[in-house]
Design a binder for this molecule. Structure first.
Ligand SMILES: Nc1ncnc2c1ncn2[C@@H]1O[C@H](COP(=O)(O)OP(=O)(O)OP(=O)(O)O)[C@@H](O)[C@H]1O
Length: 270
């Protein structure tokens, strides 16, 4: 593994966020490594969404620093986050029901035709966009019969896969998933979790919010537990089990006031 691959895709240092007197995030620090799926877990109100909103630029943190491949970045808007390679799949998916898969993948990022006169008139290069969409779906192993299928005709799992595919289309670096299997049945959940692993296989650093401890242990390489806005553990999943995770979540266990365990050499493949 090269030193570039061992460097965190994203590093968070001392992130804090308050709403009035409520400390939703307190001095949170962690790394996301390329090619790893990191679970973000915690009880209701622990600060998971606040953290994801801060990193996706929707609700900037009050304090702290975020570094992408070692460079400090400012995340003051969703556009700023996208510009540095952070894509987020929110629970509502933000897909347009009456538009097709390609239109959703290229939403607000449409490719104009290269024919000069038509380009000036705003004509789009549908052939290229359909082709690129097919390539992405096929690369990620997402099974949808036609890129012209409208979102309203897809299953819940397929919709989630399209939303994830859109994130990957625009960032091969860092993808955050907010409870990607929350509304899905067993089979569809399996498809989405397989896709999450494939993202990591392609070198993406994935952060996944989940309430499902089995999914953490099955799919994730590392787990971050937030409790009352503090990070109470940051460990490889090989070092935890369902019981210890519940203990961290409920406050029976903590790795210290700051809650941070340094990333181990072995865990990064060094
Ligand atoms: N815009 C806001 N204004 C005031 N308080 C907020 C706001 N957003 C979040 N909070 C509070 O911050 C704390 C953390 O909330 P957050 O939504 O991040 O938790 P969570 O871990 O995502 O919970 P859940 O699993 O229920 O979604 C909670 O106490 C919540 O009430």
């Amino acid at each position: 593994m090269t030193s570039e691959e061992r460097r965190p895709a994203l590093a968070v240092r001392g992130l804090s966020k308050s709403f009035g007197g409520l400390h939703a995030l307190r001095d949170v620090s962690f790394d996301l490594m390329p090619g790893q799926v990191t679970a973000l877990v915690g009880d209701n109100g622990a600060g998971k969404s606040t953290l994801v909103k801060a990193l996706s630029g929707l609700q900037p943190a009050d304090e702290g620093e975020t570094l992408i491949h070692g460079e400090p970045v400012t995340l003051k808007s969703a556009r700023a986050a996208a510009a540095v390679g952070i894509e987020t799949v929110h629970q509502n998916l933000a897909l347009i029901e009456h538009s097709n898969v390609t239109q959703n993948l290229f939403l607000n990022r449409e490719i104009r035709t290269r024919v000069p006169v038509l380009r000036q008139l705003g004509w789009l290069d549908h052939k290229k966009m359909h082709g690129d969409t097919r390539d992405i779906l096929s690369e990620l192993g997402i099974n949808i019969s036609s890129v012209r299928t409208k979102i309203r005709d897809l299953s819940g799992g397929q919709r989630q896969c399209v939303a994830i595919g859109r994130a990957v289309a625009w960032s091969r670096e860092i993808v955050m998933l907010d409870e990607p299997t929350a509304a899905l049945g067993v089979h569809q959940t399996g498809l989405v979790l397989e896709l999450v692993r494939r993202l990591a296989g392609r070198g993406v650093a994935v952060l996944m919010i989940t309430h499902n401890m089995e999914h953490v242990l099955q799919v994730c390489d590392r787990v971050l537990v937030l409790r009352l806005g503090r990070l109470v553990t940051d460990r490889p999943t090989s070092e935890v089990d369902g019981r210890s995770l519940v203990e961290y979540i409920t406050g029976l266990r903590s790795d210290g006031p700051a809650g941070n365990v340094p990333l181990k050499e072995a865990d990064t493949g060094a």
